[in-house]
Design a protein around this ligand. Structure first.
Ligand SMILES: Nc1ncnc2c1ncn2[C@@H]1O[C@H](COP(=O)(O)OP(=O)(O)OP(=O)(O)O)[C@@H](O)[C@H]1O
Ligand SMILES: [Mg+2]
Length: 253
């Protein structure tokens, strides 16, 4: 299964979610590959790879095979990191025919080598995000309850429809979940109602990821939250999101 974690809005918890969910699926015994498709390189550094030599841009720019770019995080998780040179992808590929499918061509076969392939995306609908959505089967959308990111969710839903119609008929919206949720806040409750109305109860994850400093600390220290603070609320919440996702999947398929 290939999952794209995306939201065009910045700072909603995409990268934290890819890192923590990759760790959570690994803890559940799955083999996971995570791909950093955001030139900010936050996923790479949050998993301990700050200045990698072999990167996903090297793969996309035809320098070597994706297998060479895979770095071991633990026995259950491999990472294809990036650096800021991935930022030139859009310009480099400007005149290339089939540019939306470059990622699929280069890494599509990895699906056979793992249970779950997770893609982190930049906070915009650029060519990298389009490539991620062209490859993915499922889209997961983190929504930051602290920021008003419902607009971002609307845009993602429109984008999914567009990509499904034009490029990737297999693409499906797996659901949205709240990150940085604070039950006490009125705004969080109001947002929950609005999102439920917009996407339907079946598409909103029951688990909400609470505001939790351990997630932030693990991220900054370049560690999985399951190594840094396995009993923290953040670690537990993401494990539940991973369980909910796998349950939804087996029901749907
Ligand atoms: N549940 C949480 N509790 C506390 N802090 C969090 C939580 N989730 C994420 N953060 C922090 O919020 C900030 C933004 O998170 P993150 O980088 O994952 O968002 P993003 O959507 O990937 O951002 P960008 O759009 O820039 O890629 C980070 O500092 C992260 O550590
Ligand atoms: Mg990010």
């Amino acid at each position: 299964m290939i999952i794209c974690v995306t939201n065009q809005k910045g700072g909603v918890g995409k990268t934290t979610s890819v890192s923590a969910l990759s760790g959570a699926f690994g803890k559940m015994g799955k083999q996971v590959i995570a791909i950093d498709l955001d030139p900010q390189g936050n996923l790479s550094s949050s998993l301990g790879y700050d200045d990698p030599e072999k990167t996903i841009e090297g793969v996309l720019f035809d320098q070597y095979d994706v297998e060479e770019s895979l770095h071991k995080v633990n026995d259950h998780l491999l990472l294809a990191p990036c650096t800021k040179s991935l930022g030139s992808f859009e310009i480099e590929m400007l005149n290339k025919i089939g540019r939306e499918k470059i990622l699929s061509k280069k890494i599509g076969h990895l699906e056979e080598h793992c249970d779950l392939l997770l893609l982190d995306t930049p906070p915009s609908l650029n060519l990298l995000t389009v490539n991620a959505l062209s490859l993915a089967q499922d889209v997961l959308v983190p929504i930051n309850a602290e920021k008003f990111s419902i607009e971002g969710l609307k845009e993602v839903l429109l984008t999914i429809d567009m990509i499904r119609d034009e490029i990737n008929p297999k693409l499906s919206f797996a659901g949205a979940f709240f990150t940085m949720f604070n039950r006490q806040k009125l705004l969080s409750k109001a947002m929950e109602q609005e999102v439920t109305t917009m996407i339907g109860e079946e598409h909103l994850f029951k688990t909400k990821v609470r505001v939790n400093v351990a997630l932030q600390e693990a991220y900054t220290l370049g560690q999985l939250v399951y190594d840094y603070a396995p009993d923290s609320p953040g670690a537990k919440d993401y494990l539940k999101i991973a369980e909910e996702y796998l349950k939804k999947m087996s029901l749907a398929k």
